[in-house]
Ligand binder design. Structure first.
Ligand code: NAD
Length: 461
């Protein structure tokens, strides 16, 4: 694809947006229904493509990519009329005989750039917000999940006018070409380093951005907890998609009094999930490519493996692996793991765990396991994160009523449900003044008006 082609595509999309076709809420609802219909008719292809790209188990594909999107689409269809309705807000006394309204305006043409780990969900979930808000959207799926990228293109082409929703496939060079153009909004999901590149490119055109990035999401386990449930929930969140989840627990900090019991329970749980040889389990995914496989292999040099560690470069299989005796100086604690390696460290006092978490960049998710309400409160108030769970992992992402997004190095902005609509809308405040009366006081020559003004502000301010 040549840069000229990108300009032509964008100019056609802008014309389509300017025609006003995407603005009526009835159009948006109809298109969201079409989106659901076309995903439904491609379900088998999607599951097959995800299997080809990373051997994603069908259960995980359905739960985290397909079913997830149906819930988001249905929620948007049900609520978009009320979200899009102009809202009357109160008007300050100084503007008496006026009314104030907030109108939600679509930005125009949005660019959505996605990563490879949930390659369908992470471009279609933002697309739902973009469509609900009345935008056109150009999607650039990740080149590292080529089979899914190709299904995404087919889904869009089967259902939508290409001037309304367009998919452009390709590698980093294509993303770079797209970034030279002026879009009205950029929604990026991926690593923090590329997030900086995206923001720099957006700054040249003053394009607003949402950045959904990554980081090391901690999992802290208090001694006052149900160890059986805790370990199961951590193992599920960590080894789902072979650990290649932006909000997977990255590392565990376990109270010293229960660390040995925690490790034993984790080994028992992993055996019950994936059997003696997880490479034969139909429920365990593969590493996306050799580059990531080698990166993870390098991290295996840190600490002491107490379970797992087996791997096979030819099939990109890496076993669920537990690592003990890790220090903050080890590489595994210096970068996001993004794979099936779980370092487990211990702490004596909650304050020590909090100090460790706060010494690292702000995480995308924080997981705290405890039945002690005072400890829960302390953990929430003394550490920050994009989102998270008490007594669970990952599940907060599946809620249409909560914002999902990062903070600091893990991103900016949020989406899902109403938050997706807001992300892709410009809130436009319009004051409507009556012609029944005109306040002479505000016009020059001001003379002694300042005295009256001061008196007025003393009364109303
Ligand atoms: P990736 O390599 O697929 O890159 C994502 C997109 O960025 C691709 O479309 C790619 O073409 C583009 N890109 C890559 N390098 C570029 C460059 N130099 N210039 C311009 N564009 C470029 O995905 P990734 O970054 O490996 O994804 C994994 C990361 O994403 C992890 O850090 C993970 O935590 C994060 N992530 C975050 C979320 C979230 O919701 N916050 C979700 C999934 C993944």
């Amino acid at each position: 694809m040549m840069p000229d082609d990108v300009s032509k595509i964008l100019s056609r999309m802008r014309q389509y947006f300017n025609s006003g076709l995407t603005r009526p809420v009835s159009f948006r609802i109809e298109q969201l229904k079409n989106l659901k219909k076309t995903i439904r008719s491609h379900e088998d292809e999607i599951i097959q493509a995800l299997r080809m790209d990373m051997k994603k188990p069908p259960f995980e594909s359905y739960a985290s990519e397909i079913g997830f999107l149906y819930l988001e689409i249905e929620y948007a269809i049900r609520h978009v009329r009320s979200w899009a309705r102009p809202k009357r807000v109160s008007t300050p006394v100084i503007h008496f005989l006026s009314s104030s309204m907030v109108h939600q305006e679509p930005y125009g043409v949005a660019l959505i750039i996605g990563p490879w780990n949930y390659p369908l969900q992470l471009v279609i979930a933002p697309l739902i917000g973009a469509m609900a808000a009345g935008n056109c959207a150009l999607i650039k799926p990740s080149e590292l999940a080529p089979a899914t990228s190709s299904v995404i293109k087919r889904i869009a082409e089967a259902q939508f006018n290409p001037d309304y929703i367009k998919v452009i496939e390709g590698g980093i060079d294509v993303t770079q070409d797209l970034l030279t153009e002026k879009f009205d909004y950029i929604f990026y999901t991926g690593g923090t380093a590329v997030g900086r590149i995206i923001m720099e490119a957006a700054a040249k055109h003053l394009t607003p951005v949402t950045l959904e990035l990554g980081g090391k999401s901690p999992c802290i386990v208090d001694q006052e907890t149900n160890l059986h449930y805790t370990v199961k929930r951590i193992a599920w969140g960590k080894f789902f998609n072979a650990g290649q989840t932006c909000i997977a627990p990255d590392y565990c900090l376990v109270h010293a009094a229960i660390k040995e019991a925690f490790l034993k329970e984790m080994i028992r749980t992993l055996l019950s999930f994936y059997g003696e040889d997880p490479s034969r389990s139909p429920d365990y995914a593969r590493i996306i490519n050799e580059k990531h496989f080698q990166r993870l292999e390098r991290l295996l040099n840190d600490g002491e493996k107490v379970f797992g560690g087996r791997r096979d470069r030819t099939t990109l299989y890496m076993a669920p692996t537990l690592i003990d005796r890790v220090t903050l100086e080890d590489n595994i604690m210096k970068e996001e793991i993004f794979g099936p390696l779980l370092p487990v460290m211990s702490y004596d006092h909650l304050d020590d765990a909090i100090t460790i978490v706060n010494s690292l960049p702000r995480p995308l998710a924080l997981y705290y396991f405890s039945d002690n309400k005072a400890h829960q409160q302390k953990a929430l108030s003394e550490m920050t994160s994009g989102g998270g769970c008490i007594n669970d992992t990952v599940s907060h992402i599946g809620s249409q009523t909560m914002p999902f997004g990062g903070v600091g190095n893990s991103g900016m902005g949020a989406y899902h449900g109403r938050y997706s609509f807001d992300t892709f809308s410009h809130p436009r405040g319009i004051l409507k003044r009556s012609n029944l009366f005109d306040m002479a006081l505000r016009y020059p020559p001001y003379k002694n008006n300042v005295k009256i003004l001061k008196w007025l502000f003393r009364i109303i301010g």
